[in-house]
Write a protein that binds this ligand. Structure first.
Ligand code: IMP
Ligand code: MG
Length: 169
């Protein structure tokens, strides 16, 4: 597989993103809401750089798309979220592709009565967004290819790789 972003590239950028996030929140308490399962590595790495009063919460979002790249209907499983009313929430996901997931999650979280909502993604695919989503923090803009590693999967494989690679199919 062709490596698109090395482990070093990722670590360097994640540290930069954390600095920007810490500057923006200026010591305010933040609840990070990670989107499972893809956020795993990104969330774990970024929070270790964040010197802020922090809570971590997780939800799962899956858009039944199987092997196709066209999104299906989104299923949100958020039973394990704490009460987010009045909290400053930073939603973190692995990748912004069509935008469906983050657009729907944004509405979902707003309806829970959060005090503020920002969105951070490690990757954003160029030329794929169908639902416009403004992200506050973006690690890398990448070309339109299917990528795996550092949390991103194909059929739940490859998530453990410390780098991000283009999957040959
Ligand atoms: P969206 O709703 O189309 O923006 O899709 C977002 C979700 O699709 C991400 O959270 C990923 O789980 C998945 N996804 C999109 N592109 C890729 C990719 O290139 N590799 C692995 N997963 C992807
Ligand atoms: Mg995902």
């Amino acid at each position: 597989m062709k490596i698109l972003l090395s482990a070093d590239d990722i670590q360097r950028r994640v540290a930069e993103m954390a600095r920007q996030i810490a500057d923006d929140y200026r010591g305010q308490p933040v609840t990070i809401v990670g989107v499972l399962t893809g956020c795993l590595m990104f969330l774990a790495d970024i929070v270790r750089h964040l010197d802020l009063p922090l809570r971590i919460a997780l939800l799962q979002a899956s858009s039944y798309r199987g092997e196709a790249t066209a999104p299906g209907e989104l299923r949100i499983q958020a039973e394990r979220l704490p009460d987010l009313r009045g909290r400053h929430v930073l939603l973190l996901d692995d990748i912004l592709d069509t935008g469906q997931t983050l657009a729907e999650l944004r509405v979902y979280l707003r309806n829970l009565g959060v005090a503020s909502l920002r969105v951070g993604v490690l990757l954003r695919k160029e030329g794929r967004q169908k639902t416009p989503v403004e992200v506050d923090y973006c690690g890398f803009d990448i070309p339109d290819a299917f990528v795996v590693g550092y949390g991103l999967d194909f059929n739940d494989e490859y998530r453990h790789l410390p780098y991000i690679a283009i999957l040959n199919r």
